[in-house]
Design a protein around this ligand. Structure first.
Ligand SMILES: C[S@@+](CC[C@H](N)C(=O)[O-])C[C@H]1O[C@@H](n2cnc3c(N)ncnc32)[C@H](O)[C@@H]1O
Length: 373
């Protein structure tokens, strides 16, 4: 690996700014937000820090190169010109996957095969070998072709960064951790605040809020693909893990409370909070949203209520939105933030949001409605 590398962090649409600011705060250089991704520069330390510390990025990729290709020859030559030997040893495993949109080279399987051939050709020349066993650590090559511009990357994360390692899956649609973290950040949660999720499910929003308040970095309890690479310096990862762990503030007065109609969800929330190391700041109880009533002077409510996909569920979720409008009382010091795909949400809730932002919950196009007064 070289001392000056380019990186690419794909992220959910709508949170590029959050992801970019966070990467700047983590010390990454030349950070630029684009549609659905953030580009930045740095060295191996930067690579470790971004993986260990980013709450909003989906993964961290080394961006080996970008060029225009209108033919398979241009694709082949563009890929062959990249310094693969700096990242791939003779034994490494390097599968290729990617996407193509609005481009002359639209067949993904063909592009995949051409890219693989070009990498092999480059390595054959460098290592004087004609066959690669691919038995070593995984270096997933990813490509994106968008409007004929090819980006060639190597994945350093392995499992997506939303896999923090604390969550057992629940039956009821849990929200992705990276989306939950973004909603929490957009809700301006304070590290000495009181936080509520009246539909806590598996506890994702509560746990992400507590981790943010405690400055507990999301990747400390998991491993990353690049750590296994022969090209990596284990000491860099170990040092950065320790340094970031030392920045945590377990003593903050922050308190998050979750409620759910389902006792199994409450149990799951508590189990996940324990696993995430935030149980001192997270509580949960069985309670219907209709009974939501809090007396604390400040409160930040962030939630992901049931959406209701079938007709019967739809009616039920509309009833829930009406109930929320009654119990989420506008009060000084309180804010309410709700993600839902229901375009009539404000009508059912009974108030117009102070802020609205388009966010995707998986493939579902949603609005994040925020009520600050
Ligand atoms: C979409 S899930 C929330 C998922 C959660 N954000 C997570 O990451 O796991 C909605 C939750 O609302 C709960 N629920 C449904 N109706 C409710 C009601 N009237 N009051 C409180 N909770 C309710 C369900 O049991 C479910 O856990």
């Amino acid at each position: 690996m070289t001392d000056k590398m380019k990186f690419c962090a794909p992220c959910l649409m709508g949170v590029e700014g959050l992801a970019a600011n966070e990467l700047r705060e983590l010390g990454c250089e030349k950070v630029e937000a684009e549609n659905g991704r953030v580009l930045f520069e740095g060295n191996e330390e930067t690579l470790a820090i971004a993986n260990l510390g980013s709450r909003y990025a989906e993964r961290i990729l080394i961006l080996l190169g970008e060029f225009t290709a209108l033919s398979f020859e241009e694709l082949f030559e563009g890929v062959r010109a990249l310094p693969w030997e700096e990242y791939l040893s003779k034994e490494d495993t390097f599968p290729v996957s990617g996407s193509s949109l609005q481009s002359a080279l639209h067949s993904v399987p063909d592009c995949q095969a051409i890219i693989k051939k070009a990498v092999v050709k480059r390595l054959e020349g460098k290592y004087r070998l004609s066959w690669f066993p691919e038995t070593g650590p995984l270096h997933k090559i990813r490509f994106r072709i968008l409007k004929d511009k090819v980006s060639v990357m190597i994945d350093t994360s392995g499992q997506g960064l939303h896999k923090r390692g604390y969550r057992r899956n629940s039956a009821e649609a849990p929200i992705k951790e990276t989306l939950a973290a973004s909603m929490v950040k957009l809700s301006r949660v304070r590290s000495d605040g009181t936080f509520f999720d009246p539909f806590c499910g598996s506890g994702t929003l509560l746990i992400e809020a507590a981790m943010l308040a405690m400055n507990l970095k999301p990747g400390l309890c998991r491993s990353f693909e690049a750590e296994q690479w022969a090209q990596s310096d284990r000491a860099v990862w170990k040092d950065e893990r320790e340094r970031l762990r030392a920045l945590a503030r377990p003593e903050v007065s922050f308190q998050a409370t979750g409620y759910d109609i389902d006792p199994a969800a409450v149990e799951l929330t508590l189990e996940n909070a324990r696993k995430a190391g935030v149980i001192a700041h997270v509580g949960a109880r069985v309670r219907r949203v209709e009974e939501f009533a809090e007396s604390s002077p400040y409160g930040c409510v962030v939630c992901n209520p049931p959406y209701g996909e079938r007709l019967l569920d739809l009616r039920e979720s509309e009833e829930i939105y009406r109930a929320m409008g009654k119990v989420f009382v506008p009060k000084k010091g309180w804010s309410y933030s709700v993600i839902t795909p229901d375009e009539d949400f404000e009508k059912l809730f009974g108030r117009r949001a102070d802020k609205r932002r388009k966010l995707y919950n998986g493939m579902i196009k949603c609005q994040f409605y925020q009520f600050f007064k």
